[in-house]
Design a protein around this ligand. Structure first.
Ligand SMILES: [Zn+2]
Length: 146
């Protein structure tokens, strides 16, 4: 499970000051299911926090990634890094047309993680299961075109 208080606890443990801006980033991460980029978070919060900088957003996100509190999903199709606050084992689906990323929960992802852990001997600190394709909406759009 992931909650805002766990993110905040992680920031505190990392020695980062709990500024209103950082707390707002945690709040947004937990309440946003769009797998936002640093830029998207920045644009979303700037009206409320005029002193916020993109660097602060980026550094806060990377600090949380370093602690394993959120995941860096890597680049989307436009080359932008996207973030996921849901860290329980699950897969992500990315649409290569509209760039939408959704969560896909399946018990098999946990089973695979357990198997990799047991067979590799690695201490697994994270995983990224990412499928690429066309979402429902984009499939319909492309098939309705002449
Ligand atoms: Zn799409």
């Amino acid at each position: 499970m992931f909650t805002e208080s766990i993110l905040i606890e992680n920031l505190r443990n990392a020695g980062l000051r709990l500024t209103p801006q950082r707390l707002a980033i945690c709040h947004l991460l937990i309440n946003n299911t769009e797998h936002p980029s640093a830029q998207q978070i920045f644009e979303h919060l700037r009206p409320q926090y005029p002193s916020l900088s993109l660097t602060t957003v980026y550094n806060t996100l990377e600090a949380l990634v370093g602690l394993g509190a959120i995941h860096n999903l890597g680049n989307d199709v436009s080359g932008t890094i996207r973030y996921d606050a849901e860290t329980t084992p699950h897969a992500n689906l990315i649409c290569t047309t509209c760039n939408r990323i959704i969560d896909y929960h399946s018990p098999h992802v946990q089973t695979l993680t357990d198997e990799v852990k047991a067979q590799s001997g690695y201490q697994i600190t994270g995983a990224r299961v990412l499928y690429y394709g066309l979402c429902d909406e984009c499939q319909q759009k492309s098939s309705s075109q002449p």
